[in-house]
Ligand binder design. Structure first.
Ligand code: 5GP
Length: 176
């Protein structure tokens, strides 16, 4: 058991299971990218640990960069506008692989994909370590999924609860 602030978490996904899922995603991507050098785009903060292990398991040439989705208020009438922070690479003709820790509703993913579609990337693919299929409600195809989980709150392996727990090397779930 693990207590963080007011919440109690219990062990959920072991190191071994995580590393199998990561390796399987790396192998699938490598097969699909035989003739190219993909550019992995890790979505901060949650995906940092997954990205690190994914890249170690990816044995052929690739590049990595990190992005963050931010929104700023434009005017009262136009409302919030999303932007990608940290994208310094020229994506022209690149195969881009967005790397997410977890996809829940898919709202974050939808915004990121919309912004990447405005670039000249050849292809934008999605890799996520976790997916909550009962909550995900978008049409965007998720090309590589590590593990499907029910609609429960998890933390560890990069994912936080109120800023804490990202350093845990296993995944925990909020106790009912
Ligand atoms: P979405 O936009 O798909 O609803 O949510 C995506 C983001 O919400 C993730 O990148 C993550 O930061 C956060 N999130 C969604 N589900 C969980 C969860 O179970 N645990 C944690 N720690 N974060 C989550």
């Amino acid at each position: 058991m693990l207590q963080i602030h007011d919440k109690v978490f219990e062990p959920y996904i072991t190191k071994q299971k995580l590393s199998n899922a990561v390796e399987s995603i790396a192998n699938k991507i490598a097969l699909d990218c035989k003739n190219e050098t993909p550019l992995f785009l890790g979505v901060l903060n949650g995906s940092f640990m997954f990205c690190s292990d994914l890249l170690k398991a990816y044995k052929t040439p690739c590049e990595i960069s990190f992005i963050k989705l931010a929104s700023y208020q434009q005017t009262k009438s136009t409302g919030k506008v999303n932007q990608l922070i940290g994208l310094n690479e020229d994506l022209t003709n690149r195969t881009v692989i967005v790397v997410e820790d977890i996809i829940d509703t898919g709202n974050t993913l939808e915004k990121i994909v919309a912004l990447l579609k405005q670039t000249s990337a050849k292809e934008v693919k999605i890799a996520t370590l976790f997916l909550k299929p009962t909550v995900y409600n978008k049409d965007i195809k998720i090309d590589y999924t590590g593990l499907e989980i029910p609609n429960r709150f998890i933390l560890g392996y990069g994912m936080d609860y109120d800023g804490l727990g990202r350093n845990l090397d296993e995944v925990y779930v909020l106790k009912d």
